[in-house]
Design a protein around this ligand. Structure first.
Ligand code: ADP
Ligand code: MG
Length: 916
């Protein structure tokens, strides 16, 4: 029928208009009309990427401006703010009160606003005059609303022009747009210009906290009202403003993708300035002759191509040009063309909306107004033209939005995305437009659940919210950082720790009773010489489990077989007899398993607790540490206790030839490979260190004996009180050995997670984390194991993964919370490594001085999960030693099976000596 004649002329527009209603659409099937939108959306995505990357940003048409807005409101914002909104269709001054109550919901923001006219001459005059007018209007508003002029009021500035922002309260104007063209501001800091204007205005005192674009402001408003946003799913937003305001969109992008801004954690809102999509020709094949004509007749030809296809300012013109062409071709109005129809601007966007919405009556009125005297068929045809143009606009916007949503979905690695899009602008508010837009977005992204929220006075309210969030975050950051600074040790403090460690070592050597560092002789004099041969059993009671090993030495090589047995808590903290019976049971099982039940193997017993030894094969337990507290053991010889337990069983036999601390075992095992190794260190459940000390003053043949320092006891006399935080004290109070092992409790695997948990608890109680909600999980001791520190601090992990680790632990928070948790972990583990480094520096300097050397070259055998598995511990440790002991070259060697193989080596050495 009569639409066939429209078709050839409108073909190009139709292609991207994806008509779904009206008679015209029946000539297309959905596949054909949707494909161009998919193509367009893909181009859009490529463009977003281009704008974000440092290399291609300069050449990118879509500028992707960082806004330095990093967080959407969490509902806990409070206070009173002033806001200025410049650059929309009207200049407004507002007062926004965010209510002082917990759990802000919709409606808890009160606003008062006043519109001030901006005289035309100011739009094109000097920028200082424009800003003086802004500032005077603000003063007038404050006066009218009885806002005291004495107090310094926080103010937010919505400034809807493209700005290059390096901070929230700083931004350089890139170029004016719309009908603004004031001189002397382009390339200058807009906030500074406003500040200067405020200073020029007598009796006005405000603090400009934030400058934002209207899209950003609208997003913030939507984030404030929408519950999905409150749980951290962030809003995207598009703004289509009528009245020459154009189109734009912003969304929360991962900071690590924004090359132009430092930092890679968290998100920042990016102002896409998507209206300039196509300025580099990316839309060439989508442009029609009508678009080219609109562009050519505009004040900025070649610029804002996408905007000219979709925004309110140009829809009327597009319709006019199509109708004009049709008329000229004789296909409308019997070929009559009126002067009005030839005049630019005679069909407005409001006309388009009216024709699109209410059909023929409105169309006839519009055409009559243009002196066209239309027939019924003319009206039907023109109405369809208008529908098609409006359809194309919503479809193009849908394609752009789909690109952004797809990007967000990929960023977050999510299959299905639930997201809210805040929208503002007159075009959007016209009747059929939103419905079409939603439908096409849903069609393009069937896997996303997209909710559209119409923002009411979003751009002004949002600015105040940005200021409120900025204020909240500044205060939050300051408080968190003050808390964490307790863990940041200065070099002077580390020097003090080193000095204290040194005097502890010296005091312990002089007399055990008066020192917190016990300096226990190990009766290990020799490091292995490589001649060890044969089969040995090693029994290793560490902090968490018991291991039985069979070690076979052959020429230069050794082979190991082992089995791990857990030690139930009730046995760790039961009676000594039960504990040793359990160990004997494990040994029996192992021998059985190895088919060695009927042999009498020489065995080394690695017992990682402080023992006072009088010979290599006897040792009295001084005190339990870590999680152990079995009764009737302290003060007893642990070798005898094990022998008796074995005797009680009467089914196996062992020749226990050596009692070994795990540090000593670790040193021995590394010394087997590297003769320079004269220190053993553990950073696992607990922390400890041994080293070869001189026996100058003792009448012995051997020159040196390995001393088990038990350095974890440093600070038990209060010497570390100046660096011990309230969180360490809390951890100590909740431990089974209060007041003991203070150094260990700041540095080792059993406690670091607890220290972190205590900090998190405190931050939460103070409302700085998890929205102040102290969950049962967080209150549970031990929930935050040290291995989670390793996971959370891993550099390879994105913030979202950190968040999901926390969620698995039952700690539900926002990305912001995750950042804070990660920082807590970082400072706690860093301090641990630094303290160990300071201690190590004391030891190596002591050894160096013992030997009267200017320079010492030495190796340290190290064992323990904290050292081996934590992503930064070993690095920080080494770095600290390097700085704190500049006269020593310390090589760290992770020990392989340290306590097992070392124990077997010591057993071999001990037997050799005994047998000699
Ligand atoms: P032990 O010291 O008992 O002989 P380990 O050296 O294996 O045993 O240390 C165990 C300790 O290491 C535990 O306290 C645990 O919290 C901690 N830990 C376990 N896995 C990790 C990890 N991935 N990162 C840091 N610490 C860990
Ligand atoms: Mg161990």
């Amino acid at each position: 029928m009569h639409f066939n004649w429209i078709y050839p002329e409108l073909k190009q527009i139709l292609i991207c208009s994806a008509l779904q209603s009206g008679r015209v659409s029946k000539t297309f099937n959905n596949h054909i009309v949707q494909q161009p939108l998919v193509t367009l959306s893909a181009r859009f995505q490529a463009e977003l990427k281009k704008g974000l990357s440092a290399e291609s940003n300069a050449a990118a048409a879509v500028k992707m401006l960082p806004t330095h807005v990093c967080s959407t409101p969490d509902g806990s914002e409070k206070g009173q703010f002033l806001a200025l909104d410049l650059g929309g269709s009207k200049f407004k001054v507002l007062q926004v009160k965010v209510r002082e109550c917990v759990g802000i919901k919709k409606g808890d923001v009160e606003m008062e606003e006043k519109i001030y006219p901006v005289p035309d001459e100011l739009l094109t005059g000097r920028a200082t005059e424009l800003f003086d007018h802004v500032s005077e209007s603000l003063k007038d508003f404050m006066h009218e609303k009885n806002i005291s002029l004495e107090k310094k009021h926080p103010l937010a500035f919505t400034f809807s022009f493209p700005c290059d922002q390096s901070r929230l309260d700083q931004g350089t104007l890139l170029n004016w747009s719309k009908n603004y063209k004031a001189r002397g501001l382009q390339g200058k800091d807009v906030v500074q210009a406003l500040r200067e204007a405020v200073e020029r205005t007598e009796g006005l005192d405000v603090e400009i906290l934030a400058m934002v674009n209207d899209t950003v402001a609208t997003m913030m408003t939507c984030g404030f009202d929408d519950s999905y946003c409150e749980v951290g799913i962030i809003c995207v937003l598009c703004v289509f403003m009528c009245m020459g305001t154009g189109t734009n969109a912003c969304y929360m992008e991962e900071l690590r993708h924004i090359d132009l801004v430092e930092g890679d954690e968290g998100r920042m809102c990016v102002n896409t300035e998507w209206g300039s999509f196509g300025d580099d020709g990316a839309l060439k094949d989508f442009l029609t002759e009508f678009d080219r004509e609109v562009d050519a007749a505009s004040s900025n030809p070649g610029k804002q191509i996408f905007e000219k296809m979709v925004s309110g300012m140009h829809l009327g013109e597009l319709v006019r040009l199509v109708v004009l062409k049709m008329a000229k071709l004789g296909k409308l109005f019997d070929g009559r063309v009126s002067d009005a129809l030839r005049t630019k601007g005679k069909i407005t966007t409001a006309d388009v909306a009216a024709m699109d919405e209410n059909g023929l009556k409105n169309t006839k009125d519009v055409l009559d107004e243009l002196d066209l005297n239309p027939s019924d068929d003319d009206c039907i045809a023109v109405q369809h033209v208008s529908t098609i143009v409006s359809f194309r606009s919503s479809n193009l916007v849908a394609a752009g939005l789909a690109a952004i949503l797809t990007r967000i979905r990929q960023n977050r690695n999510m299959g299905a995305l639930r997201i809210t899009v805040g929208v503002d602008g007159t075009v959007y508010k016209t009747h059929p437009y939103p419905k079409r837009l939603h439908k096409v977005v849903r069609r393009l992204l069937p896997e996303c659940q997209v909710r559209f929220v119409l923002s009411e006075s979003g751009s002004s309210k949002g600015a105040a919210l940005v200021a409120a969030v900025a204020q909240r975050l500044t205060s939050l950051r300051r408080q968190v950082s003050e808390t964490l600074s307790l863990f940041r040790l200065k070099e002077e403090q580390l020097q003090l720790v080193k000095a204290r460690m040194r005097s502890g070592l010296d005091a312990g050597l002089r007399s055990k009773s008066s020192s917190t560092i016990k300096m226990l002789p190990s009766f290990v004099y020799l490091t292995p010489d490589g001649t060890e041969r044969g089969k040995y059993l090693a029994l290793d009671l560490g902090g968490t489990n018991f291991r039985a090993l069979l070690v076979r030495f052959k020429k230069q090589t050794s082979r190991l077989y082992h089995k791990i047995y857990t030690i139930p808590l009730e046995i760790m903290q039961g009676t000594g007899e039960e504990l040793f019976d359990h160990l004997a049971q494990c040994v029996c099982d192992f021998l059985d398993y190895m088919g060695l039940k009927n042999t009498r193997l020489p065995a080394g017993f690695t017992f990682s607790f402080p023992c006072e030894q009088s010979a290599i094969d006897t040792g009295t337990l001084v005190a339990w540490t870590k999680g152990f507290k079995a009764t009737d053991s302290e003060g007893h010889d642990v070798v005898s206790m094990l022998r008796e337990a074995i005797k009680r069983r009467n089914d196996i036999d062992l020749d226990i030839v050596a009692l070994i601390n795990d540090t000593v075992g670790t040193m021995m095992s590394c010394a087997h490979e590297d003769q320079r190794c004269e220190i053993g260190m553990i950073a696992g459940t607990g922390t400890n260190l041994c080293y070869m000390e001189e026996l100058k003053n003792i009448e012995k043949i051997e020159q040196r004996m390995c001393i088990n320092t038990e350095w974890g006891g440093l600070g038990d006399d209060g010497c570390l009180d100046d660096i011990i935080t309230l969180y360490d004290t809390e951890v100590d109070q909740n431990s089974i050995n209060q007041g003991k092992q203070r150094f260990e409790k700041m540095t080792s695997g059993m406690y670091l997670g607890e220290v972190v948990r205590q900090v998190l608890l405190d931050l939460t109680r103070r409302g700085l984390l998890f929205k102040g909600h102290v969950s049962e999980t967080l209150k549970t001791p031990g929930i935050f194991e040290t291995k989670y520190l390793s996971q959370i601090e891993s550099d390879r992990l994105a913030l979202l993964q950190v968040r999901s680790i926390l969620q698995q632990l039952g700690l539900h928070g926002t990305c912001h919370d995750s950042i804070i948790v990660k920082h807590v972990c970082l400072v706690v583990s860093r301090r641990a490594a630094q303290l160990c480094g300071a201690g190590m520096a004391a030891v190596v300097d002591k050894i160096r001085e013992n030997r009267g050397l200017d320079h010492l070259d030495i190796a340290v055998g190290v064992d323990g999960s904290l050292y081996k598995l934590h992503p930064h511990f070993s690095q920080v440790l080494k770095e600290t030693v390097r700085v704190m002991a500049p006269q020593c070259d310390v090589t760290f060697q992770p020990s392989e099976e340290g306590s097992g193989k070392g124990a077997a080596l010591i057993a071999a050495v001990a037997r050799r000596k005994r047998d000699v």
